[in-house]
Design a protein around this ligand. Structure first.
Ligand code: SAM
Ligand code: SF4
Length: 337
C-alpha cells in the first residue's frame, strides 16, 4: 500500500477561523523621510546581510501566493528608494494567482516612477500626505519636500491607476486643523483618503503619542462642518470604515486601532525586511522565514509548511495602549505599515 501525504492546503486559516489572503512586505527599512511618528531622527539601518535579497522576497511572495494569498502590498521604509524595486514589483506582478499588487509610498519618487509602476503591474497606490502646508510637512517628515510629493500625486493621476488613496496620520496640535483641507484636496483630485490613528510602535524622542492622540470621531466631527459623509457598507478587506463624500467620487476611510477594534476581521500578515513573518502589527508573535529560506535553498515546500505552521500563533488581537510606553519596540518602517 502506498502512503500519500496530506495535500498542502491552498488557503491560510488561523485558529480563529480567519482566512489570511493579504501579505504586506516591507522591502527596505530605509527612507528619505524621517516622519516623527514613524522613525527616530538618528535611525541606524540594517546591514545588507540581514536584509532579504530581491530574489528571496520574490520566492517568499510566490510561496504565499501558492497558499492562497491574493493581494500583496509592497511597502517599507520607502519602497521606491530600494534599488531594483521596479524589477521586484514586475516579478511579483507576474505571479499568476495574485489578484492585486499595490504599494504604499511617501510619494517622493512618484514623479519619475509613476509610468513605470503602471507598466510593471501595480494596480493601486497609497500615498502618505499629512498636511498641505509646506512648513508643517517639513516639520512632520523632518526631511520631505511637499511640492515634490504633490507633483508625484499629479503624475500618478495623469498615468491613471485603479485606485489612488491618500493616507494621513492626524496628530493633535500638529495637523488636526487640516483634515477639511485634506479631504477637499482629495475631492478636487478625484481620489480617496484615509485617516489613521497613530499607533505606538517604537520609542520616538520628543514626541508624546498620548498627547498627540486625535481620534477618528473628532476628525468626523470636524469634517461634518463642511462635508456630508454618507456611511458606506463597502469594505476593501481592510480595517478602514468608509464614508462617501456626498456629491463626489471621494471616499473617506478611518483606520481606528484605538477607538474601534478591527481585529476580528483581520486577513493579513506582514513580512519584515529581515524576513520575519509578523502575525500581528501590535504583537511580537513572529517566525523567522529568512532562516528557513537560507537553510533550505530552493525548497519552497519547507517554506510553505513554515508559513502554514505560523498561522497557529496568529494572535486574536492587538494590545495597543496609546497612553503607555510602547511595548512594541520596532518602528513602523521596519514593520511594513
Ligand atoms: N514610506 C511609505 C509611506 O510613508 O507611505 C510606506 C511605509 S509607511 C511606514 C506606511 C504608512 O504607515 C504611512 O501611511 C505612515 O503614515 C504610517 N505610519 C507610520 N508610522 C505610524 C504610526 N506610528 N502609527 C500609524 N501610522 C503610521
Ligand atoms: Fe518614511 Fe513612510 Fe516612515 Fe515617513 S512614514 S519615515 S515616509 S517610512
Amino acid at each position: 500500500m502506498t502512503m500519500t501525504s496530506p495535500a498542502t492546503p491552498t488557503q491560510l486559516i488561523d485558529r480563529f477561523g480567519r482566512t489570511v489572503d493579504y501579505l504586506r512586505i516591507s522591502i527596505t527599512d530605509r527612507c528619505d523621510f524621517r516622519c516623527v511618528y514613524c522613525m527616530a531622527e538618528d535611525m541606524t539601518f540594517l546591514p545588507r546581510s540581514q536584509v532579504l535579497t530581491l530574489e528571496e522576497i520574490h520566492t517568499l511572495a510566490k510561496a504565499f501566493a501558492e497558499l492562497g494569498v491574493k493581494k500583496i502590498r509592497v511597502t517599507g521604509g520607502e519602497p521606491l528608494v530600494r534599488k531594483g524595486a521596479l524589477e521586484l514589483l514586475e516579478n511579483i506582478g507576474q505571479i499568476k494567482s495574485l489578484h492585486e499588487l499595490v504599494i504604499t509610498t511617501n510619494g517622493s519618487q512618484l514623479e519619475a516612477m509613476a509610468a513605470d509602476l503602471k507598466k510593471v503591474g501595480v494596480k493601486r497606490i497609497n500615498i502618505s500626505l499629512d498636511t498641505l502646508d509646506a512648513d508643517k510637512f517639513k516639520a512632520i517628515t523632518r526631511t520631505g519636500d511637499l511640492q515634490q510629493v504633490l507633483r508625484g500625486i499629479d503624475a500618478v493621476k495623469a498615468v491613471g491607476f485603479e485606485g489612488i488613496k491618500i493616507n494621513a496620520v492626524i496628530l493633535k496640535g500638529r495637523n488636526d486643523q487640516e483634515v477639511t483641507d485634506l479631504v477637499q484636496y482629495a475631492v478636487d483630485k478625484g481620489i480617496d483618503i484615509s485617516f489613521i490613528e497613530e499607533m505606538p510602535l517604537g520609542i520616538v524622542a520628543k514626541h508624546d503619542r498620548s498627547e498627540a492622540y486625535y481620534s477618528s470621531d473628532l476628525i468626523k466631527q470636524d469634517l461634518a462642518q463642511t462635508f456630508s459623509l454618507v456611511a458606506s457598507l463597502e469594505k476593501t478587506g481592510g480595517p478602514s470604515n468608509y464614508f462617501k463624500v456626498a456629491g463626489t467620487q471621494t471616499r473617506v476611510g478611518f483606520i481606528s486601532p484605538h477607538s474601534e477594534n478591527f481585529c476580528s476581521t483581520c486577513n493579513r500578515v506582514r513580512l519584515t525586511v529581515e524576513g520575519r513573518l509578523l502575525l500581528c502589527l501590535g504583537n511580537e508573535h513572529s517566525v523567522d522565514l529568512k532562516a528557513v529560506l537560507r537553510a533550505n535553498p530552493g525548497n519552497i515546500d519547507v517554506l510553505k509548511q513554515a508559513i502554514i505552521d505560523a498561522m497557529l500563533i496568529k494572535p486574536e488581537k492587538h494590545e495597543f495602549n496609546i497612553h503607555e510606553q510602547p511595548v512594541i519596540l520596532r518602528y513602523m518602517s521596519m514593520t511594513g505599515g
